[in-house]
Design a protein around this ligand. Structure first.
Ligand SMILES: C[S@@+](CC[C@H](N)C(=O)[O-])C[C@H]1O[C@@H](n2cnc3c(N)ncnc32)[C@H](O)[C@@H]1O
Length: 203
């Protein structure tokens, strides 16, 4: 049986914790994601809070969430901005957790198993925005993510990415801002969510 402490409510979303019986069941049925997609990461709070302040400009935006994990960023956009969201991750084991949260929060999910290195300009042209939370955590991710931001810029797609402030993300964001301009700002979401970090927003 689930307990109240097994889940949290934030920004109108229900987010399950790892101790929730449905999450435990998925772990035993479908396995554990292996590239850190094993839980909800708080940089998504930064993403949601920032997008509340600087929302998509279109009425029904098409949004690509990369490194989606449990997909709460995209789920928030579907629910609040009427967005058509595609959730991309390299690890297909995250998708059952995403589907569970989409269902819980009353939105449809569309998933795409792919590595973000492989997203082409032609793919990006299908979207109005690309979003991400906590996807640049190893040094070797800096260059491929900078190149992806470059392709998004070429495709005319707005990129919004958030991070707790890890050095690989800072390197990527500083290089991107220098090259394409945009916003690179500290962001905090106070109690009870208690998240802080950085936002990169490139039009
Ligand atoms: C730290 S988790 C963040 C998940 C989610 N964005 C959140 O904030 O809860 C990083 C996610 O990026 C995915 N990932 C890592 N490398 C990737 C790559 N090269 N292409 C696509 N996804 C990747 C992982 O599988 C994982 O789901």
């Amino acid at each position: 049986m689930s307990k109240k402490t097994d889940q949290r409510e934030a920004f109108g979303l229900t987010i399950l914790k790892n101790g929730h019986p449905d999450v435990k069941k998925l772990r035993s049925d479908t396995g554990m994601p292996s590239i850190h997609g094993n839980k909800f990461w708080k940089a998504t709070y930064l993403l949601i809070d920032y997008l509340n302040e600087f929302p998509p400009s279109k009425k029904k935006p098409k949004i690509l969430e990369i490194g989606c994990g449990w997909g709460l960023g995209g789920i928030y956009c579907a629910k609040n901005f009427n967005a058509k969201v595609t959730s991309l991750d390299a690890d297909e084991k995250v998708f059952p957790y995403l589907d569970l949260h989409a269902k819980l929060n009353g939105v449809k999910s569309k998933t795409w198993k792919n590595r973000y290195e492989k997203i082409r300009v032609e793919d990006l042209q299908e979207f109005d925005m690309m979003i991400a939370a906590d996807v640049c955590f190893w040094d070797e991710m800096t260059k491929p993510l900078f190149n992806l931001v470059k392709r998004a810029h070429k495709a005319g797609v707005r990129t919004v990415m958030t991070d707790p402030g890890r050095p690989p993300f800072r390197d990527m964001a500083e290089k991107s801002i220098e090259k394409f301009g945009g916003a690179y700002v500290d962001w905090t979401v106070p109690h009870p969510h208690n998240a802080s970090g950085i936002v990169l927003d490139i039009e």
